[in-house]
Design a protein around this ligand. Sequence first.
Ligand SMILES: CC(=O)N[C@@H](CC(=O)O)C(=O)NC[C@H](CC1(C(=O)N[C@@H](Cc2ccc(O)cc2)C(=O)O)CCCC1)C(=O)O
Ligand SMILES: [Zn+2]
Length: 623
Amino acid sequence: ESSSTTESPEQTRLKDAKKLLNKINKESGLWNNKVTIASWNYASNLTKENLATKVNVSLQSADYVKKMWRQVAEYPWQNLSDPDLRRQFQKLSVPGLAVLPDAAYEEHQNIVSSMENTYSTAKICEYKNPNNCDLALEPEITELLANSQDPEQLKYLWVEWRKASGEKVKSLYPRYVELSNTAAQLNNLSNYAQYWLKDYEADDFPEQVDALWQQLKPLYLQLHAYVRRQLREKYGPEIVSEDGPIPAHLLGNMWAQEWGSVSKISVPFPGKQIPDVTARMVEQGYNATRIFRLAEEFFVSLNLTRMPDLFWKNSILEKPNDREIVCHASAWDFYDGKDFRIKQCTRVTMDHLLTAHHEMGHIEYYLQYKDQPIVYREGANPGFHEAIGDVMALSASTPGHFKKIGLLDDDSVDTEAIINNLYVKGLEKIAFLPFAYAMDRWRWSVFQGKIKSDEYNCRWWDIAEEYQGIEPPVDRSEEDFDPGAKYHIVADVEYIRYYVSFVIQFQFHKALCERAGQYDPQNPKLKPLHQCDIYQSKDAGALLGSMLQLGSSKPWQDAMELISGQRVMDASGLLEYFNPLIEWLTAENQKTNEYIGWKPTTKRCVKTRAELIKSNKTNSDCK
Ligand SMILES: CC(=O)N[C@@H](CC(=O)O)C(=O)NC[C@H](CC1(C(=O)N[C@@H](Cc2ccc(O)cc2)C(=O)O)CCCC1)C(=O)O
Ligand SMILES: [Zn+2]
């Protein structure tokens, strides 16, 4: 139509650009809503029909995305004078897997759904009881692995889970890699690793990640040496060596990613309290809803947004007993500004109380950025999204806070209690770092073609040994596919986000504690960082909310600067939080003259199981 005389050509272009973006924003919001509903219906009722519907809807959505993508490609947006419009177009120009040709996209969807279904419905038989073969990962196998102290039973569970999950999807993975890389190339990125890394808006991001690891590794080595000693004392030197990697099945977690379950046999001062409030929660009749109401109350105390009524109506907070669902907890944004849900097979434990805070952190982020354009309804980077709930949990799980809500009587802060508390936290937060790094070190190499499909498993164990200092309980071969025993590998979910989160959540915690007036490095009269609780601080909530509202409308460095004053990820918050523990562990390991680090494993990883049987036979012959 005719433009008014006062309008300059550039103003006309900006107006046209905004009109196009508004149209795309409305359409993609509707399509995202349809796809999310179909995904939710499948994840909460794993039937063939729901899978077919999900694939069908995502194919229709992909048709729209391809059309939109072509429209954006033909539109001269690169030289628009408004940086925000350029940023929106830039994001629209890299739409992801949906630009694969329909057949390839459908194949990718079916492979990932099939791998995730195998994982979510995998069952194993009970140890020494082949009559009961109904053990699922959640809750049965998870609880057995956390509580058993029988090394043979632990080995059995560890091996059987991998047979029932990873091994079953081994043959699908190479094709998944190939299709993912094809999609990346259609998005003008060299491979799927680059496609994942684009969200961190830094060419040297892998180097930033490695620099943080170099800074944090010494802390991990001290924890590793201390835990190995405790496990050796428990299980004997035949099973746990003095200077080798730790056998992965003894660490209380299927993937050795968090070691909290070994706190009961290894806490530095056994007489002192360990802040495990599970028993009190059960005693006080906690149920799933009450756990989530407690988490919500924390966010509301900061003057952040409470869960909408629809959240309580639509969420699934307990494992249903009439159907198969994906029990791996998750938070969902339905992109209509109203419908936000959590699906969690909640158990009444401290771990699940913390998980509830984690999931609700996602919902709070969705709520805070719900008025942003669709392309900006993401975390500043994926690590930001993972950090929010954990930041709340850092305050909500202090002994002081547990006492405040009646879940702990003794919140004494003498040195020994502090070391115990930091030790339990360290088993969860410090042990996790090398696992998270290893997860995507392996996948980046796979997508970059540096790890071939005939060496997937042995290279996985090389990386696990290098970063985590763990070894499999039994020899492995390329007939196994141990990466496929972990949800995020089979569900096509990037993982370095969690490594980033576990560093920046302490950076955020420190900044919010300072803003809440709870902590000041210069003022020793205030509490140490690990005792800070930002509960009811409207100032901290306002600062956090202002960062969350940005979504991904600004580079994450701007969001980081807004909340912490820095433009980089910085491990000093984590090191400060754990400082008393680092000192104690270092002194303790010196006292016991512990070997820090690990020598190469004696466990083998070979091409075929036959090689293992043959060589084991020859060994037994020579015994
Ligand atoms: C629709 C959708 O998929 N939505 C996303 C959210 C979004 O992207 O908007 C989502 O819900 N993802 C699920 C995932 C679940 C959990 C997870 O997988 N955790 C990691 C690592 C870890 C461990 C301890 C910890 O304290 C924090 C993280 C693991 O278990 O290995 C399991 C319980 C905790 C978080 C999650 O919430 O991140
Ligand atoms: Zn998360």
